[in-house]
Ligand binder design. Structure first.
Ligand code: SAM
Length: 415
């Protein structure tokens, strides 16, 4: 990174494009190449707003993390960054629509917002004046204030020192409590609850203890002082797993009587989400949450005529059902589709839920002579109600390579 880009990263401000020796990221942000994959993803089809702000701060550790997941493939990392932000926002949107009938005239605090992976999706739905963000990382706060034009407040390690004026209808803390040691977990819960207006809702996500499967030190609470973020003190920000009994216990201790609701695997099919509403006897049965789909591609193969055959499973694990349809898209066009599902007793066994038996799918599609294995964008999308979950996005080569690698790893693990 050039000195100028470093400075831009620190200030969260665009680099002067007219300057001599313009840096690679000419605006001072991460360079977004409009490849077929990124273009397809940013279509409104997937619920991403047409005017989404795509500036990304070069120090955004969520992008760094996503890119790492794809072994340094920046294009797929970027796509995952936008898509995971969209999915997290869909959760907020469903909660806000249920509780307040929409975003008009409510006030939201996106706490521990980072550099705005999720916040950017909220912007198109509400007046910026109603949106406040807060994070511990100063450059992240400045970036969102300068680029998104939202109220942005610097946070503190000690919850009792946080200074945010006013009350909020929604305070969301996505992937914060999944990193806190027990003392800070309790104290941040109390501090954020103090910012909730009457009738308002606190939304926070955690790693459930079950995700530790077999490796868990404790069912109740496990903290490991290590995380994806090298900039923060690992003793104050590590990795945390909790049981639902623990969450109920700390809510009772720190908040007292409140209406509490759990959405198992509610955040991108992985973290559990808890809603705590500042009102008595809230009827959560009227909230029909659609968390999207979990799934896997077991096999993907192409023959000499570019015919793609692939199969896998897809299900909403928390809603105990298979999905409506699996679509195969090339550059945004649906080229194959199935709504027939076959038995997958291994999936039912894995989740200990017989209702997940009919979750297997397969597709066999001629991709045509003009297909480019390296350039064209392929997506496998599971549709369930109004929610679309992308099971795979990338090139055909990466689809073939990913599945082959996963199968080799599986065989190696079996010995
Ligand atoms: C995993 S990131 C999630 C960021 C964002 N919510 C998202 O989902 O993309 C966790 C964030 O928590 C922030 N954080 C950690 N401790 C904090 C504190 N005491 N106050 C505010 N933010 C904090 C980190 O700086 C980081 O941005």
């Amino acid at each position: 990174m050039s000195e100028k880009e470093c400075q831009a990263a620190e200030n969260g401000r665009p680099v002067d494009e007219s300057a001599e020796s313009a840096p690679i990221t000419q605006t001072g942000f991460v360079r977004i190449r409009r490849t077929p994959l990124i273009n397809t993803l940013l279509q409104p089809t997937f619920g991403i707003q047409a005017d989404l702000q795509t500036e990304i701060h070069p120090s955004d550790e969520m992008l760094r993390y996503m890119t790492g997941v794809y072994r340094g493939d920046r294009e797929r990392g970027l796509a995952a960054y936008f898509d995971s932000g969209r999915r997290a926002f869909e959760m907020t949107e469903q909660i806000v629509d249920w509780r307040f009938g929409g975003f008009e005239s409510i006030k939201i605090l996106d706490f521990a917002s980072g550099y705005g992976r999720v916040t950017r999706h909220v912007l198109g739905r509400m007046d910026r004046a109603g949106l406040t963000v807060s994070d511990l990382m100063e450059p992240a706060v400045r970036f969102q204030r300068d680029v998104f034009g939202v109220n942005a407040v610097s946070s503190t390690v000690e919850p009792e020192r946080l200074r945010i004026a006013g009350e909020f209808d929604v305070v969301q803390a996505i992937s914060l409590f999944s990193h806190l040691p027990e003392g800070l977990f309790r104290r941040w819960l109390a501090a954020l609850w103090a910012l909730i207006a009457p009738g308002g809702v606190l939304i926070f996500s955690v790693h459930d203890s079950s995700l530790l499967a077999g490796k868990r030190a404790s069912d109740r609470f496990t903290f490991v002082p290590s995380s994806e973020n090298d900039d923060l003190d690992p003793e104050a920000y590590g990795s945390t797993w909790v049981s639902s009994a623990f969450v109920r216990e700390v809510v009772a201790d720190e908040i007292g009587t409140a209406s509490l609701h759990r959405l198992p695997r509610g955040l991108c099919g992985y973290q559990d989400v808890y809603l705590v509403v500042r009102a008595d006897d809230v009827d959560f049965s009227s909230f029909e949450y659609n968390p999207g789909v979990e799934g896997y591609i077991d096999v993907a193969e192409c023959d000499s005529r570019s015919r793609l055959s692939c199969c896998g499973w897809a299900a909403s694990v928390s809603r105990h059902r298979s999905v409506d349809r699996i679509d195969l898209l090339v550059n945004g066009d649906v080229v194959g589709s199935t709504s027939e599902f076959q038995p997958r007793p291994d999936v039912a066994d894995h989740f200990g839920d017989e209702r997940l038996k009919m979750t297997g799918w397969s597709l066999d599609v001629a991709l045509g002579d003009a297909i480019s294995y390296s350039h064209d964008a392929v997506m496998l999308v599971a549709r369930m109600g109004r929610v679309s979950t992308i099971l795979f996005m990338g090139s055909i080569y990466s689809l073939l390579a990913d599945t082959a690698k996963a199968n080799l790893e599986f065989l190696a693990a079996r010995g």
